[in-house]
Design a protein around this ligand. Sequence first.
Ligand code: FAD
Length: 302
Amino acid sequence: PFDVLVVGGGPAGASAAIYAARKGIRTGIVAERFGGQVMDTLGIENFISVKQTEGPKLAASLEEHVKEYAVDVMNLQRAKRLEKKDLIEIELENGAVLKSKTVILSTGARWRNVGVPGEAEFKNKGVAYCPHCDGPLFTGKHVAVIGGGNSGIEAAIDLAGIVKHVTVIEFAPELKADSVLQDRLYSLPNVTVFKNAQTKEITGTDKVNGITYIDRETGAEHHIELQGVFVQIGLVPNTDWLDGTIERTRMGEIVVDKHGATTIPGVFAAGDCTDSAYKQIIISMGSGATAALGAFDYLIRN
Ligand code: FAD
């Protein structure tokens, strides 16, 4: 059996695997797609000490770094079941069952899509999901934020300091964000809010040039010319397969303590699949390291 089996090969998983392997213990990593969300990212400018890089390049470096160590890398394999017996068992979609003394879950998350025409087509060509990452690309431009929950309104406030104008589009008749955020939003001069508005299409040629929405009260269709659309309707953790095992939040995020431990002894978690406050590469790597050290601590005590 493994001493540490990491499930997920994004920044959190890669970091966990390296930290575990450096303790000289038997380490494996299973990943559906090595690199994770980083593979879908164009420019990265906030991975501290690297001024600028590209997602696939960073993903290749992650894999290269992991392979410097005696880590058993199982790429293109999806885990479908976790069970704690004497050891912890991870069953893969291909039927294989891996056994380990400890497991680190780092299966990440995905942005919830609005699912309108133009969204997929213009991804990275004006359609963005991460204001901390891509906000500065829209300096001086007009952008829309889809979603009036906390993340949408935080994004709109953040972007209003960088871009020329922000239009918030909320489907429901009211914004769902905390009232302090709404107050802050409405105090800004360069923000417009449309409630009861259903996004119909993101338009463009080679990149985004506008958004079409339907006023749900009147049924009228409106088009706004702009250069960017931030979709902020939630992050979905890749944790469905853990149903009925460890404790998760209402949103499906794995609940961890400050050692990265979950509610099953020996099972740890890190990165975007957890209830960490913020979801970023550097934060995921930090929590991956924490979970690996937590797992090592657990091994020497049990
Ligand atoms: P992920 O990167 O999501 O990796 C999850 C891993 O788990 C993958 O290998 C996946 O294949 C695997 N997996 C999932 N389910 C299973 C399963 N059942 N079995 C086996 N493997 C599984 N952050 C920044 O700091 N800077 C940026 O500029 C930036 N830009 C971004 C741009 C985009 C378009 C996106 C989508 C995200 C961006 N982020 C950015 C956020 C950043 O990518 C994430 O915070 C980070 O990748 C999270 O790392 P993670 O390892 O927790 O999860």
